[in-house]
Design a binder for this molecule. Sequence first.
Ligand code: DOR
Length: 456
Amino acid sequence: MGNYVIRGGRVIDPAAGLDRPLDLVIEGGRLKALAEPGTAMPSAGFEVIDAAGLVVTPGFIDLHAHLREPGHEHKETIATGTRAAARGGFTTVCAMPNTDPPIDTPERVAYVYQRARETGVIRVLPIACVSRGQAGQELTDLVELAGAGAFGFSDDGRPVYDGRLMRRALEYGLLTGRPVIDHCEEPGLAEGASVNEGPVAGRLGLRGMPAAAEEIPVARNIALAELTGGWVHLAHLSARGSVELVRAAKRRGVRVTAEVCPHHLALTDRWLLGAEGNAHPPVGTVPIPESLGPYDTRTKVNPPLRTWSDCLALIEGVRDGTIDVIATDHAPHHWLDKACEYGQAAFGISGLETAFGLLMTLVHADLLDLTTLVGRLTAGPGRILEEAGFRVPYTFRPGEPVDLVVLDPDVTWVVRPEEFVSLGKNTPLEGVTLRGRVLLTIFDGKVVFDGRGLRA
Ligand code: DOR
C-alpha cells in the first residue's frame, strides 16, 4: 500500500465538481487529503509524484470489455486484459460473458472473480448472460447470478432478439436491481452485413446494416423498460436515431441508460476505404493513416463505423447527458481471426490502450470539453455501478482507497500495436499520432501502470 504525494496537477473530479490545481496525499493506499497546491509537505516514506502541467482524475471505469477468459485465452486473458486496462487508465472493467463457456451460471461468475483475484491487476466485475448459452431461448437465473456478483446481464455479441425474453429479463432484472444490457441489433436487417449501409458499402460492394437495425431494438427496449419498469442499459450505440430515442425516453422518465464507444465517436465508415478515404471527408477527428488499405478488416466492428452525422449526434448525446457512459467495447482478436476477406473477419477493435488518446481528439477539435469527457469515464459509469449496488471509487473521497490516473492531455504519441499489453493487436489506428496519454494509474492505492518515462 503506497504513500504518495501527487503534486501540482489539475484535479478534475466531475462528481465532486472539482477542476483546479490541488495536491493529493495518499497514505496507506487511502486518500488522506486534497490540499492547496504546494502545501502538502511530504514526510519520510512518501513518494512525491510531480504532476505539474498534468491532469489527475479518478480511475476510469469501463462498463464494457471482452477479456475472453475462459476459453479464448489466445485472444486475451484476464491477466493481459487488466494490464492493458491499467495502461489505458482504467481501474474497473466489466467483463462481457461471451466466453467459452459463456458466463451463465453462478459458478462461472465466481470463476471470473477468482481469475481476476489470482491474475488481474485491477477490479473486474463480471457480466452474466441473459439467456442460457447466449442461445436466446431460455432465461438464465438472474437472481442467482446477481447473488454470485454479476453486475448485469447481457448476451452481447448478439442481441436479445425475442421481445418476450427481453420482457422477462427486465422483470427478473427488477428483482436484482441490476441492468439488462442489450446489444441492439435487428437480426433480419443485420444478417450477413459487416459495414454501415450507405455509399461506402455500395462502393466497396459490401453488404451493409442500416441504422434502423439498431434503432428498432432501441425503440423496442425502451418500450419494454416502460412496460415493466425494468432497467435497460443500451450497449455501444452508434446511430443518430438511437440517441434521439434515448433522449426522448429519458425525458419521459424511462429507466434507460446508454453507452457509446470511442471509435463510434471519432471515426466514420470512410475508414473502410483506407487512406484513399481521406479524399472523401469527413473521416472523423483523425486522418486515416497512409498504411491503411481498403477492406482492412481492422476497421470491422459491430455495430459498424457510421457517418459523421452519427458521430456528431453521439457527441451531442455525450455532452447533454443522454449518453451516460463512454465504454471501450474492447474486443481483442487473434490475428488469424482478421486475416481473411472482410465479410468473414471477426468484428471488434482492441480499444483499452487507445481509448483516452482517441477521445482526446474530440477535445482538441473543440467538440467536447475535458471535464465532460472525464465525467463519462468516471462518474457516469460509477453512478450506474452504485445504482446496481457496487461501491466502486469514481470520485475522490477522503479516507477511502484511491483509484486514480495521471494524464498528459498534450503529449503526442504514435499508436504501435506491437507495444500493446493486450494480446489483441487489432486496431485500425496503427501508425496514427494521438495527442493525450495516460502516464500513471493507481488502483486501490497501488501503482499498477507507470508510463512516466513515455513523456520524454
Ligand atoms: O465488435 C464487436 N466485437 N462487437 C460485439 O458486439 C462483440 C465483440 C466481440 O466479442 O468480439
